[in-house]
Every structure is written in structure tokens, then in C-alpha cells.
Design a protein around this ligand. Structure first.
Ligand SMILES: [Mg+2]
Length: 466
């Protein structure tokens, strides 16, 4: 199964453009936008490795000539500088997409996904990791948005209603068949159909559990941490998360403050954002053990599979979580094979889109490891809720020890923002992937020429001249 040659497309991007003369609607444009929000000014999103993030989206709209007027929206999340590089990577894929049949794309997003990852020249920039792979994820997610809209369903339901055979075919099994074969994936998806209708009803009634990172950004004062932690409990959350890893004395103080604010029954996860070496991680986490941390997230480099396994052994019963920077299904496979993680954190825009996240959800289901998605960023809550809800309804069949991260930033910029009730994500009902940003938000925060950034630059020039 692994012996087939890697498929390659024609090396000419123009020749790679697909044109089929069957009269069906086509993709007519791939429009990109560099959108940046000035979140660093309030220290929202600050952590031990990323002290001043400007939450940003390299955003793409697929336009078609179909009579329904529907568009596919997708994006990948960055934290400011480099968002222009990410946009350029999406633009490098344009010739693969313009001219494709909308019907064919939506009937088989995996076709595009495989085609994009197999571009032999662009593949050199990865393979299947980093800026180019994230760009593929943005485009593939935009196709899923379009497909779900055309089916008039929110993406979670579009996935949950799909035939197991079709879904299993959406996964690229290259490099993972030693852990998950197509037959095993199909069996998991068929098993997931048992009771799916009842779970969908339950999901619509109670939503999907979330946890909040909003109290815990590193740049916040103890007073703000206390206030937001208490608010989180009042809002119905049963887990919060604190950023750690910059200074141990500060971490001890902040964990004490947070534990005092929420009491003994609320889970407190901690997140080091890759700050430590392997041996350092063990010592640091043990120093925080008295505050009963539930998981330690990203203790070290996301590429260090054996390092995570060593840390897990050193800090048990504290759980080890990672995934927001794990670049593809292959590293996730190894983390699971090595018994390196207790909690798997998918991200909707880090890997190659819905198709690769399907592979990762299937791997997690096979190994029985709970998936608790990363969603700290712009639009990540909007996207990833669909994947968890599908997983609950039609794959793992459970929400036990599963929570989706929630941060209360920037939702108003989306046409179908997430809604929370009693610490739970309310199941989206609007068709699509909830990826669509409001046109006025794009006009305001487009970098560098949107109205916010133009006014900001003018104000800074005035200060400089004065
Ligand atoms: Mg994190």
C-alpha cells in the first residue's frame, strides 16, 4: 500500500489548471486578504513564547459562476508578521483551483487535497508542513465550506451525515497505514454511525463542552486573572487554562491566585507554548504540582515525539497535551504510537484542512486518546467546533474528558460567530464552516491599507513629526 509512487502534477502551474468542458459551474477566482487585528496592544493572546501577537488571518474566498451565488471561505491563522508570506503561499496555489468544476470539487474535496499536496515543486517547501501546507489547509477548508453551503448544512452535520465509505475515502493514508488502515478507518466510521441520530439531538440540546483560556494570558495582572477566572466559573466553564513558562516564581503565584479564585473542583490546565527543554519541563511542572494542574500543554518542541514521551513519564498524573503546532498526521501518528500524549489537540488551520484532520481524528479514535482542540486565535473556535461535533456525533461518540478551547476574542468579525451557553459551544445551524468574515471587518483590518491600519499609520506619523 505504501509502494505506490507519489503522484505528481504537471510541473507547469498553467497546465495544472483543470478545465472540463461539461458546462457545470467553475471556480472563477481565488481572492486573498491579509487581515490583522491589533490584539498585541491589550496583551490578549500573550504567552511565554509569543509576548505580542497580532491575531491575523491569511484569508481566501473561492468565487464561482454558479447561479446560487455561494462562495467558499477559508483562512489560516498567524500572529502578525509573516501573514503576507502566508497569503503569498495561498496565491501560489491559485492555478490549481481556478477553472475547476464546482460540482466535482464539492463531491470530492480529497481530490483537490491530494492534488495540492502532490505539486512536486511546491512539495519541496515542506513536504506537508509549514507555510505551504497551511496554505493548502486554507484552500481545502474553503472547499469544505462551499460544499457544506451547497448541501445547506453546517459542516459538522454535512460530515456526520456522509456515508462512511465516502468519508473514509477522503483521507490520505500515505505514511500512516502502519497505524491506521483504510479498512480500520471504515470500521471506526461505521461504528460511529450507531446512535449518531440520538447524539445529534443531544448535541443540539446541550452543545459541546468548552474550556476557557481567557483568564490566563501571561500579560494579565493578578487582579484581572482573578476577575476573569471567577467569571469563567460563573459562566459555567469547568476548566480554565493558564499560560506558564516565563518565570517559575510568577507561575507559582499565578497558579495559587487562580486556584484560590476557582476552588478545588475546576480543572486548571497549564500551557508552556514550547518553552522548555525536556528535563527542565519535568522539574518546572513538579514545582506546580501542589496546584493540581490537569494537563501541561506544549511543554517542549512540537517535533520532539520522544521528548513528550519522557515528559509524560516524568510528570504523571499531570497529563501531557500537544498539537496546535504539530505539522501533520504523521507526527500525530508517532505521538500516539510512542504513548507520548494524553490529550490530542487538533487545530483547524495548522494541517492540510478537513481531510487531514479527519485522518487525525481517526487516529485518535483508534488509539482512544481524547481530542481537545486548540482554538486560541482568530476564527479558530468558529472552525474547529465543527470537527469536534462531527467526532462526537459520528466517530468517537463521546464528549467524556473532551473540551474545545474557547477564547472570547474577535468573534464579532464573523457572520456566524460561535455561541456559548453554560460553558458549552452551541451547535451551529447556518450552512457552511462558520468561516465567513464580515465584509466591513475585512475592509477595516486589511493590512496595510484597511481603514484601521491607514489611520494608525497616519497617527504614528503625526507623533513622529511632533
Ligand atoms: Mg496552547
Amino acid at each position: 500500500m505504501n509502494e505506490a509512487p507519489i503522484p505528481v502534477t504537471d510541473t507547469s502551474p498553467v497546465a495544472a489548471t483543470v478545465t472540463v468542458a461539461d458546462g457545470s459551474p467553475r471556480i472563477t477566482a481565488v481572492d486573498t486578504y491579509d487581515i490583522r487585528f491589533p490584539t498585541s496592544r491589550e496583551l490578549d493572546g500573550s504567552d511565554a513564547m509569543n509576548p505580542d501577537p497580532d491575531y491575523s488571518a491569511a484569508y481566501v474566498i473561492l468565487r464561482t459562476d454558479a447561479d446560487d451565488g455561494l462562495e467558499g471561505h477559508g483562512f489560516t491563522f498567524t500572529i502578525g508578521r509573516g501573514n503576507d508570506v502566508q497569503v503569498a503561499a495561498i496565491e501560489a496555489l491559485r492555478a490549481h483551483i481556478v477553472g475547476r468544476s464546482v460540482t466535482a470539487l464539492c463531491a470530492d474535496p480529497g481530490w483537490l487535497s491530494s492534488d495540492l499536496t502532490a505539486d512536486s515543486q511546491l512539495r519541496w517547501l515542506g513536504p506537508e508542513k509549514g507555510v505551504m501546507h497551511m496554505a493548502i489547509g486554507a484552500v481545502v477548508n474553503a472547499v469544505w465550506d462551499l460544499a457544506a453551503k451547497r448541501a445547506d448544512k453546517p459542516l459538522w452535520r454535512f460530515l456526520a451525515d456522509a456515508e462512511p465509505e465516502w468519508l473514509a475515502d477522503q483521507v490520505d493514508y500515505r505514511y500512516i497505514t502502519d497505524a491506521l488502515t483504510p479498512a480500520e478507518a471504515l470500521a471506526l466510521l461505521k461504528r460511529g454511525r450507531d446512535g449518531a441520530a440520538q447524539r445529534a439531538v443531544r448535541l443540539r440540546g446541550t452543545g459541546y463542552p468548552g474550556y476557557t483560556t481567557s483568564p490566563g494570558w501571561l500579560g494579565y495582572s493578578d487582579e484581572k486573572l482573578t476577575r476573569l477566572a471567577r467569571q469563567a466559573v460563573a459562566d459555567g466553564f469547568t476548566q480554565i487554562k493558564l499560560k506558564v513558562g516565563a518565570n517559575l516564581d510568577d507561575d507559582i503565584r499565578r497558579c495559587r491566585v487562580a486556584r484560590a479564585a476557582v476552588g478545588a473542583d475546576i480543572r486548571i490546565a497549564i500551557d508552556a507554548n514550547q518553552r522548555w527543554n525536556v528535563d527542565e519541563a519535568g522539574a518546572w511542572i513538579r514545582a506546580l504540582a501542589e496546584f493540581d494542574p490537569y494537563w501541561i500543554e506544549e511543554p517542549t518542541s512540537p517535533d520532539d515525539v520522544l521528548g513528550h514521551a519522557a515528559i509524560r513519564e516524568a510528570v504523571a498524573p499531570v497529563k501531557v497535551a500537544t498539537g496546535e503546532h504539530v505539522q501533520n498526521r504523521i507526527i500525530f501518528k508517532q505521538l500516539l504510537q510512542a504513548g507520548a500524549i494524553d490529550v490530542l489537540q487538533i487545530d483547524a488551520t495548522r494541517v492540510g484542512g478537513v481531510n487531514e484532520n479527519l485522518a487525525i481524528l481517526l487516529l485518535a479514535a483508534k488509539y482512544g486518546v481524547p481530542v481537545c482542540p486548540h482554538a486560541g486565535g482568530v476564527g479558530l473556535c468558529e472552525l474547529v467546533q465543527h470537527l469536534s461535533m462531527f467526532d462526537y456525533v459520528a466517530l468517537s461518540g463521546t464528549t467524556e474528558n473532551r473540551v474545545i478551547e474557547y477564547v472570547d476574542h474577535l468573534h464579532d468579525h464573523f457572520t456566524d460567530p460561535v455561541r456559548m451557553a453554560h460553558g458549552h459551544y452551541v451547535a451551529p445551524t447556518a450552512p457552511g464552516f462558520s468561516a465567513q468574515m464580515r465584509p466591513e471587518s475585512i475592509d477595516t483590518y486589511r493590512y496595510p491599507d484597511g481603514t484601521f491600519w491607514a489611520a494608525d499609520r497616519a497617527a504614528q506619523e503625526e507623533v513622529t513629526e511632533a
